[in-house]
Design a protein around this ligand. Structure first.
Ligand code: RTP
Ligand code: MG
Length: 135
């Protein structure tokens, strides 16, 4: 498998609930490398760019309010098959459907506050790394 880079973000509920350390430990234990990392808020511009595909959907306004509600941990994560590996570690979008042992299954309760983001493809990863770490 190819070495990939993916964008991952510990969302405001993960930071508020003191889960940063445990989640990062899982990422590193999976053999992935944290290449860049910063704790800071998502700007309104970053939120709109990252979630452009959801604009107009009923959950959009709540999603933007939530993701800008407090600091997040923004990360570039690399490794073999990093995009898929992160999505597997995270579990499905809805924590209620996420199995124990996945990050969302263990640290999340509801769809609207689902702990962590991970890019869904190599193309999305490039786009998102540019949104959050580009100049
Ligand atoms: P994310 O982008 O946040 O990592 O999550 P994802 O790929 O697993 O899910 P995505 O389809 O990209 O949705 C982005 C976020 O929008 C919220 N959502 N709510 N109520 C709903 O039907 C609904 N669908 C999506 C979730 O909080 C999801 O993380
Ligand atoms: Mg997504």
């Amino acid at each position: 498998m190819a070495i990939e880079k993916t964008y991952s973000m510990l969302k405001p509920d993960a930071v508020r609930n003191h889960h940063i350390g445990e989640i990062i430990a899982r990422i590193e234990r999976a053999g992935l490398t944290i290449e860049r990392m910063v704790l800071e808020p998502v700007t309104p511009e970053q939120a709109a760019a990252n979630y452009a595909e959801h604009e107009g959907k009923p959950f959009y306004d709540g999603l933007i309010a939530y993701i800008t509600s407090g600091p997040v941990v923004k990360m570039v994560v690399s490794g073999e098959g990093a995009v898929k590996k992160m999505r597997t570690l995270m579990g499905p979008t809805n924590p209620a459907e996420a199995a124990p042992g996945t990050i969302r299954g263990d640290f999340g309760l509801i769809m609207d506050e689902n702990v962590i983001h991970g890019s869904d493809s190599v193309a999305s990863a490039e786009r998102e790394i540019n949104i959050f770490f580009g100049e």
